[in-house]
Design a protein around this ligand. Structure first.
Ligand code: SF4
Length: 103
């Protein structure tokens, strides 16, 4: 889809503002961050290149925080479905901390 869809976050319990949730966007991608010896942590990135540090470097976020990533608007947003249902299911699956995976 090309039209950003803004949703009310009231029902999702995040805020009373109208926001776009990056976790529900097709450009929000999961990637491993290697720790060595087959161990890794999970990070998320915006493959549309919208998450930047002040000096222009790409910014990635810890996976367990992904449900918190929201913005007022984004011209690259492509939703993956009903955001409230998606976020509710996602919150039930997300780890509660920056966990390690692998061996
Ligand atoms: S394209 Fe926009 S809405 Fe999608 S993940 Fe990137 S910043 Fe978030």
């Amino acid at each position: 889809m090309t039209n950003p869809r803004e949703v009310s976050a009231t029902a999702s319990g995040i805020s009373c503002e109208t926001r776009i949730f990056c976790a529900n966007c097709i450009h929000c991608k999961l990637l491993p961050s290697p720790l060595g010896q087959g161990r890794y942590k999970l990070r998320v990135r915006c493959e549309a290149g919208k998450w930047r540090k002040p000096l222009g470097e790409e910014k990635v976020y810890k996976y367990f925080t992904v449900a918190r990533r929201s913005i007022e608007s984004c011209d690259a947003y492509e939703d993956m479905g009903e955001v409230e249902d998606f976020l509710r299911d996602l919150r039930g699956l997300l780890p509660t901390s920056d966990e390690e995976y692998g061996r």
